[in-house]
Design a protein around this ligand. Structure first.
Ligand code: ADP
Ligand code: MG
Length: 249
């Protein structure tokens, strides 16, 4: 598995909702190019952690450094342009547009990082969109409307859109939610292949422990807003507190 250079360093991260500490002083690193699973029971604080890292939710305290830059306090847009990609549990494509148009939109949004102002789509963008669709196995569906796609295919389009910004780190909160086991494995197979090919790190949550243990290089475990364990798959499988808190055994 990949070398231990940190792309993301999270220290003392906290989020209070009223008197409820949803995230209570969390420390972890994401290493360059790794598949890192964030697991824990419902309500553990996984999505809240994602939302603070991605800039969708202000933190109550702590620090999140991405390749040396502090992310806390930056807008979601700035964070994306620094090279942190993100997908959401609820699909975020424009249903009335074609697959290719959605990816072209994402490419345009990412290009603003380089040029600093909006530019109209050009043929080059179309070719780049097709290339990204090729990478997620959706090249032959480029001209279909997103409203006609199967659920799993929408997820692939979203993945292509997230890749448009050429992220060094991709945040995926339950990317396979609502998928059948076979489809779930196929999506993770694709994600890991892309991560390896691009040297991209992926921080993901996933309910199925089979999938986590098959596709993660490392696992971090949250329970009630605190990190209770981290390590390789075999360590986490055997960890007594993880078994007790997470698997109830
Ligand atoms: P997970 O993704 O691990 O299931 P969440 O991060 O969604 O957990 O939630 C962690 C805790 O924070 C839960 O107790 C949840 O009820 C609470 N919470 C999450 N979002 C909000 C919010 N917007 N307002 C108030 N409480 C919230
Ligand atoms: Mg969640």
């Amino acid at each position: 598995s990949p070398a231990c250079v940190s792309v993301l360093s999270v220290r003392g991260l906290r989020k209070a909702f009223g008197g409820n500490l949803a995230v209570d002083g969390v420390d972890f690193d994401v290493h360059a190019g790794e598949m890192l699973a964030l697991i824990g029971p419902n309500g553990a604080g996984k999505s809240t952690t994602f939302n603070m890292v991605g800039g969708q939710l202000p933190a109550s305290g702590g620090s999140v450094r991405f390749r040396g830059s502090e992310l806390l306090g930056l807008s979601a847009r700035r964070i994306a342009r620094l090279g942190v990609g993100r997908t959401f549990q609820i699909a975020a494509v424009f249903a009335s547009m074609t697959v290719c148009q959605n990816v072209q939109m994402a490419l345009l949004a990412a290009r603003r990082r380089v040029y600093g102002f909006w530019r109209p789509a050009r043929p080059q963008q179309h070719a780049q969109a097709l290339e990204l669709l090729q990478q997620v196995g959706m090249r032959d569906q480029a001209e279909r409307s997103c409203s006609e796609l199967a659920y799993g295919d929408v997820k692939r389009v979203e993945l292509a859109m997230a890749l448009a910004g050429d992220p060094a780190l991709l945040l995926m909160d339950e990317p396979a939610a609502g998928m059948a086991p076979r489809e779930r494995k196929a999506l993770f197979e694709l994600i890991r292949g892309l991560a390896r090919a691009r040297g991209m790190a992926v921080l993901f949550t996933e309910h199925s422990m089979d999938v986590v243990f098959d596709y993660a290089d490392r696992v971090i475990v949250l329970a009630r807003g605190r990190l209770i364990a981290q390590g390789g798959v075999s360590e986490i499988r055997a960890h007594p507190e993880v078994r007790r808190v997470y698997f109830g055994s």
